[in-house]
Design a binder for this molecule. Structure first.
Ligand SMILES: Cc1cc2nc3c(=O)[nH]c(=O)nc-3n(C[C@H](O)[C@H](O)[C@H](O)COP(=O)(O)OP(=O)(O)OC[C@H]3O[C@@H](n4cnc5c(N)ncnc54)[C@H](O)[C@@H]3O)c2cc1C
Length: 501
């Protein structure tokens, strides 16, 4: 080649960057993973890839009026960064908190936004994942290799919520909106609004919109359990008044909340009828003796089979009591020009219909995975403690708790992954594959989660896509923080179920 013929710099599509660890997603789990890597695995190179244009995950995607957490931020916040204000927080407050974690720990340079990962292929020859992402701003392909994949992509598809198909939807003259894709230009002042759904989203939207709407109706097929109380933790306020250090307050209040939650969860199983009476009694105290709590707020299932949303200061019930909001428990026959025709024959008039009908479960970020040339089918794998998968090398997934804050588990999984990465380094190995032991070979394989135990719609719709669960705790996501907090740190990484290479 002559001196005048300069070699072309490789196009962005051809360049491959290498990292020790690639973290998928910049939500609460991914930012936590980045923090723990810097603290527990210093010197490990890593990158966080995120489809969206900012961090926050769930708290960035959801922008509907009133969007807030339904669990307390002392436990939804990280173990390592004190939460210092009211326990139920708005998405803006959660994002601010996460922003501080990024800034205080200089995580920003590790995060690449607008990178949607499409494919990930593992090569056992090189002990590397090759990851291809589409840059959503330029359309270019960005290619990375990494030894370990840390999946922090959550559990639902961020691009689009779940809306069932109802007859006549196209004939409705008003606007149909899913809370996950809230239109910035939606003006609901003085309008008649119907919210379909009875979960945390509907319960948040209704009090937030009630003041401005003409009227807002929650249309539910069946009721949901709610807990209610003041948006405050008395113990935290007392300790603060005494000038106790925020780090201490965070730890003490976390323990108090976790203790109280554990008592509540256990009682939901041991004395479901009493718990049910208490929950409904609290609702009744807001709505008064004449309100039909039996029809509108008494679920058909036992407490805790689905997440129980917390209603701060009973704001949903106050909206109902004031007459600005109402609850209709019925089924949809079809959509009509002016609203919704119900199975009872009644027509609910609406200018705007909001479908708070949930998520589309997405298994591992809608990424096409290939292992040594063979497409990976996750439902053919068995989960190792709800965080790794048999036959899948060098990958961990953060899937939090349903009955306790997600982040409690994100911190525990992070400790485990960091310990595993350090262990591999010490052993001088570059591959770990969870594998069934001889005594597990005939183990009964079950669905990811027991529907008798927990059964929200998005999980039921997507269960066939999820990895299998074994009949021993080691091969399950037990959903039990109290055991996992002691068990995870005690896992012997040289046990037979970890096959190194
Ligand atoms: C409205 C709402 C309220 C909730 N409130 C609570 C609560 O109060 N308490 C609680 O414990 N849980 C709550 N949850 C559950 C909540 O989703 C989790 O607790 C938690 O926020 C999940 O965090 P995450 O980082 O694991 O995943 P997410 O928040 O889902 O973030 C995942 C990120 O990964 C990115 N991503 C996904 N796929 C790819 C890909 N292929 N390439 C690149 N990036 C990708 C996404 O864009 C997203 O930013 C709530 C959920 C919703 C929807």
């Amino acid at each position: 080649m002559s001196m005048t013929q300069t070699r072309h710099a490789p196009a962005a599509t051809e360049r491959t960057e290498n990292f020790d660890v690639l973290v998928v997603g910049a939500g609460i789990s991914g930012i936590g993973a980045a923090y723990h890597l810097t603290k527990q695995c210093p010197g490990t190179s890593f990158v966080v890839l995120e489809t969206q244009d900012s961090f926050g995950g769930t708290w960035h995607t959801h922008r509907y009026p009133g969007i807030r957490s339904d669990s307390d931020l002392y436990t939804f916040g990280y173990r390592f960064k004190p939460w210092t204000t009211a326990p139920i927080a708005t998405s803006a407050e959660i994002k601010h908190y996460m922003g501080e974690v990024i800034e205080e720990n200089d995580l920003g340079p590790h995060i690449r936004y607008r990178h949607r990962i499409d494919t990930a292929s593992w090569s056992s020859e090189d002990n590397l994942w090759t990851i291809e992402a589409t840059r959503t701003d330029t359309g270019e392909t960005a290619r990375f290799t990494a030894n370990f994949l840390w999946m922090c992509q959550g559990y639902y598809r961020h691009s689009e919520g779940y809306t069932p198909e109802w007859d006549g939807m196209e004939s409705f003259k008003g606007r149909i909106v899913h809370p996950q894709n809230w239109p910035e230009d939606l003006d609901y002042t003085g309008k008649n609004v119907v919210v379909i759904g009875s979960g945390a989203t509907a319960a948040t939207l209704i009090p937030a919109m009630a003041e401005d709407c003409g009227h807002i109706t929650m249309l539910q097929r069946s009721p949901t359990y709610f807990r209610t109380g003041r948006n405050a933790v008395e113990l935290a306020d007392e300790l603060r008044a005494l000038g106790v250090d925020e780090t201490w307050i965070h730890e003490i209040v976390r323990r108090k909340i976790l203790h109280d939650q554990s008592v509540f969860t256990n009682r939901s199983f041991s004395e479901p009828e009493t718990v049910k009476r208490e929950l409904l009694g609290a609702v009744r105290s807001y709505l008064g003796p004449d309100y039909d709590v039996a029809t509108h707020f008494t679920p058909r299932y036992r407490p805790w089979r689905q997440r129980i949303a917390f209603i701060p200061d009973g704001d949903l019930f106050q909206g109902v009591r004031s007459g600005k909001a109402s609850i209709v428990t019925d089924e949809i026959e079809r959509f009509v020009e002016s609203g919704i025709q119900l199975k009872s024959g009644k027509i609910l008039e609406a200018d705007i219909i909001i479908t708070a009908t949930g998520f589309n479960l997405n298994v591992l970020g809608d990424i096409d995975f290939v292992i040594d040339g063979k497409p990976l089918v996750f439902s053919d794998t068995v989960t190792y403690r709800g965080m790794m998968f048999t036959g899948v090398p060098n990958m961990a997934w953060v899937f939090g708790y349903f009955r306790a804050s997600w982040t409690l588990r994100a911190d525990l999984v992070a400790d485990f992954v960091c310990r595993l990465l350090n262990h591999m380094k010490e052993k001088g190995v570059r591959r770990v594959v969870p594998s069934l032991r001889a005594e597990d070979k005939d183990m009964k394989l079950l669905s990811w989660i027991d529907p008798e135990n927990f059964n929200p719609g998005y999980l039921m719709r997507g269960m066939h896509l999820l990895p299998k669960r074994g009949d021993k705790p080691m091969w399950q996501h037990t959903q039990d923080y109290w055991n996992e907090k002691d068990e995870f740190p005690a896992i012997n990484l040289d046990n037979e179920e970890f096959v190194y290479g």
